[in-house]
Design a protein around this ligand. Structure first.
Ligand code: CTP
Length: 407
């Protein structure tokens, strides 16, 4: 759940620290959150104290670090005190073990009990070795938590403990603070507060006959992540989508979902709403061609059918042509070679303010993946590369850029 009122600094944050090497970065995170003016209550799991001493957190936080359900001199029930008073719970690092216990609803230490005894929004910042991160069990637990409205930031890719390189690095404390600020101060004063944002998601389906379609591998995940994050940043969001996915509970009421199938339906849905939108993000994989469908099912006895394709309207180009002053138009591109050059040319040709390009030949990027890595290509400014991370974290980066283009 996200607070409905803007929470100025002085909001109360429970900082959960689990037993991973990245716990040392959470010391810096504590200091940065305090510098921003938040009230920070650290809760360390017993394993976390093997990596960093509780006294280090106590020295930097707003009150002494807690490590146990039973040893709190101030209250016999610290988990309800902490859980009920929190405006936000941040778990950094969130280990595979914490993620699994939270998904199952276990309450076997102070951090888990606090998570369960709270209605505050929760931000998890996973950190673990790549093999652990890629385990289906870890990914399924995270998917379960996301469905319940838990926010997940990261992990990044990079050098891990022991010198291995891969996905699993906790995102940097500065980025966690930026996300905390947008969660706690987002509504009413958020980066996209008061803005109308129109987003498309999924691959279009062009009917060949009443049974068959031509489509593509887009899952719609990046578009849904954009819609959820835009809502968390305060926007009024319309999501025009070909795929049905669950919207996280905390923003379900603030994303208006319009279902379409074909490129033609998507064009109608987008162009009839674009004038009223401050931002349009074309994250959908729109078919470049459609078919004049056969009214009856094509029978195989007649031999291989001839299917003639006709071009669809390029929605992004149409938006580029009819843009109104101050409107920001964002397109996506999936490329496999000369990625930046082609996307730069596409941005110019389609008159978009920003093209977000992913190299779909790279590991973990684009279609069918939970993660993405993109380069953002702007009209006037130098391009920005966002390394491999969750589609939600990529969405934050894109929307933060959109907000600076708006201003
Ligand atoms: N797009 C669109 N309408 C179309 C096709 C694409 O709005 N009929 C949008 C997509 O939503 C995306 C961007 O354009 O934002 C992607 O362009 P793409 O299809 O890759 O560009 P093309 O110019 O068709 O080039 P390519 O040959 O690479 O497909």
């Amino acid at each position: 759940m996200i607070p409905s009122e803007p929470k100025a600094p002085s909001a109360r944050i429970v900082l959960g620290v689990a037993g991973g090497i990245a716990a040392y970065k959470s010391v810096d995170l504590t200091r940065r959150l305090r510098d921003r003016g938040y009230f920070v209550s650290p809760v360390l799991t017993p394993d976390a104290t093997r990596f960093v001493g509780a006294v280090t957190f106590s020295a930097l936080a707003s009150e002494p670090a807690r490590t146990s359900l039973y040893a709190d001199p101030t209250t016999p029930i610290p988990h309800t005190y902490l859980g009920q008073n929190a405006d936000l719970i941040v778990v950094a690092p969130a280990t595979a073990h914490v993620i699994a216990r939270y998904a199952m609803g276990l309450a076997d230490d102070l951090l888990m009990a606090t998570l369960l005894a709270s209605r505050a929004p929760v931000l998890l910042c996973p950190a673990m070795h790549t093999e652990m991160w890629e385990q289906p069990s870890v990914q399924e637990n995270l998917a379960t938590l996301r469905r319940r409205g838990v926010m997940v930031l990261g992990p990044d890719s990079g050098v891990l403990a022991g010198g291995d390189v891969g996905a699993g690095r906790m995102v940097e404390p500065s980025e966690i603070v930026d996300t905390v600020v947008s969660i706690l101060e987002g509504h009413g004063g958020g980066l996209l507060a008061g803005r109308r944002v129109l987003i498309t998601a999924g691959g279009t389906r062009e009917a060949i006959d009443p049974v068959r379609v031509i489509t593509n591998r887009s899952s719609g995940r990046q578009g849904y992540a954009l819609a959820e994050v835009a809502a968390r940043l305060g926007a009024e969001v319309t999501l025009v989508t070909t795929t049905t996915r669950e919207i996280a509970l905390d923003v379900r009421g603030r994303v208006d979902v319009v279902s379409v199938a074909s490129a033609g339906e998507m064009a109608d849905a987008v162009l009839s709403r674009s004038d009223a939108s401050d931002v349009v993000v074309m994250a959908a994989a729109v078919s470049d061609f459609t078919v004049v469908p056969q009214p009856q099912k094509i029978k195989k006895d007649l031999g291989p059918p001839e299917i003639s394709l006709v071009p669809t309207m390029d929605i992004l180009s149409a938006l580029g042509e009819r843009r109104r002053a101050g409107q920001v138009i964002v397109g996506f591109a999936a490329e496999t070679e000369s990625v930046v050059e082609r996307a730069t040319e596409k941005r110019r040709r389609k008159n978009a303010d920003l093209i977000v390009v992913n190299d779909v030949s790279a590991d973990g990027v684009g279609f069918d993946h939970e993660t993405n890595a993109v380069t953002m290509i702007f009209r006037d400014e130098p391009s920005v590369t966002v390394s491999l991370r969750s589609k939600e974290a990529v969405a934050y980066e894109i929307l933060a850029s959109v907000s600076s283009l708006l201003s």
